[in-house]
Design a binder for this molecule. Structure first.
Ligand code: NAG
Length: 370
């Protein structure tokens, strides 16, 4: 047994040597592989991926206009906190429990004493149980004067800076600065969606009377008021107005805002809602799968198409009107009529019908305005 063990031990020793060599070899080759991977791995991987992609070509683009495909563009939104400092905190303070906020924009002209912003805020207070929505309203100031004024009137103010543009004057419809202001707004709202907040965007020349939420479509992603309503919420022939809209934060609405914002380059000189009118039948747009609905002017009304029914109306927009002075005059009539209507209701005199007196001066506007 012992002799046999001596022979065994030399076999065992050479086995052990081999095992050691194998171990060392494995360790060395593993180390080499790791080193190589660190050094050239990404390059190899991208080459393999490129070849793989050429075997399985991507879906053919119906419209060749957007090269490279807009969806593949790198997301440059990592610097959001630098670009919109303090926004996160304001939204946290403003949000309803279901991550919904109300947003409006304000410039110097609309911030003057007894002008638009006063009427706007007053409409919440004299509306039907909607004053609590002021706690969720973020006023986005476009210049320093508007911001200071906001701080006097309201708690949730955010200063939105734009390089090289003076937003302080009354922006005449379709001037270059006016357009930049509109697009800056779209860009800002895109970021709000990306931060996970749904919102109602409302222009400050929209008077609020009743809670709009019960009137929204429960399944829609994006709902928008109209200048002219065809009677069908899905109908793309509706003439939308971006002055009042409700957007739920999800992948489709974020893609949609990205696409909308990007499309401004394809239609230079066009207003955001005119661009929306152009792109709403694009294949790129349809591919997003956005559930888009238009809001009935019977409920979400405006001077372009005035709701006849004060029992139903939620909002009234001073659209189809140019000139701050005209807007203010007609919106004051609107607020007076709304208060008269409520007084009658309070006195149980509902049989006495009230009709809107507005638009009056706005009828003298040239052209149309959102
Ligand atoms: C979000 O909350 C507000 C306030 O409670 C409510 O009125 C609104 O209907 C809610 N929205 C959704 C989509 O649930």
């Amino acid at each position: 047994m012992m002799g046999a063990r001596g022979g065994d031990s030399s076999v065992a020793a050479s086995l052990w040597k081999m095992r050691t060599m194998i171990v060392w070899f494995s360790v060395a080759s593993l180390a080499c592989t790791a080193l190589m991977y660190v050094a050239v791995g990404p390059w190899v991987e991208s080459n393999i991926r490129a070849r793989f992609d050429s075997w399985y070509p991507k879906k053919i683009e119906v419209r060749a206009r957007h090269q490279p495909p807009w969806r593949d563009r790198p997301d440059r939104d990592d610097n959001r906190n630098i670009e919109f400092p303090g926004l996160e905190q304001i939204l946290e303070r403003a949000t309803m429990p279901n991550r919904t906020i109300i947003v409006t924009t304000l410039n110097q002209a609309w911030a003057q004493p007894n002008t638009m912003i006063h009427l706007f805020l007053e409409s919440f207070r004299s509306g039907e149980d909607i004053a609590h929505y002021l706690d969720h309203l973020v006023i986005v100031a476009l210049d320093q004067v508007a911001y200071d004024r906001c701080r006097e009137l309201h708690t949730l103010c955010y200063m939105l800076k734009t390089e090289g543009v003076d937003f302080s004057g009354e922006k005449f419809f379709m001037t270059e600065d006016y357009l930049r202001m509109m697009w800056r707004r779209i860009y800002f709202l895109k970021h709000v969606l990306q931060m996970g907040y749904s919102f109602i965007f409302t222009d400050a020349d929209v008077m609020w009377f009743r809670d709009p939420f019960p009137r929204f479509d429960k399944d829609a992603d994006f709902q928008m008021a109209c200048d002219k309503y065809t009677g069908i919420p899905e109908d793309l022939n509706n003439l939308p107005n971006g002055g009042f809209l409700y957007a739920r934060s999800n992948k489709r609405t974020i893609d949609f805002y990205e696409y909308w914002y990007m499309s401004r380059h394809d239609y230079p000189g066009l207003h955001d809602q005119d661009v929306l009118n152009q792109i709403k039948a694009d294949q790129d747009f349809l591919d997003i799968g956005l559930r888009l609905r238009f809001l009935d002017t019977y409920v979400f009304s405006g001077f372009c198409e005035v709701s006849k029914d004060l029992e139903q109306v939620c909002t009234m927009h001073a659209n189809c009107c140019t000139g701050l002075h005209r807007k203010l005059n007609d919106l004051r009539l609107v607020m007076e009529d709304w208060k008269r209507f409520n007084l009658l209701a309070y006195q149980s005199k509902r049989h006495q019908r009230i009709y809107w007196r507005a638009p009056r001066q706005c009828l003298l506007s040239f052209g149309g305005q959102p």
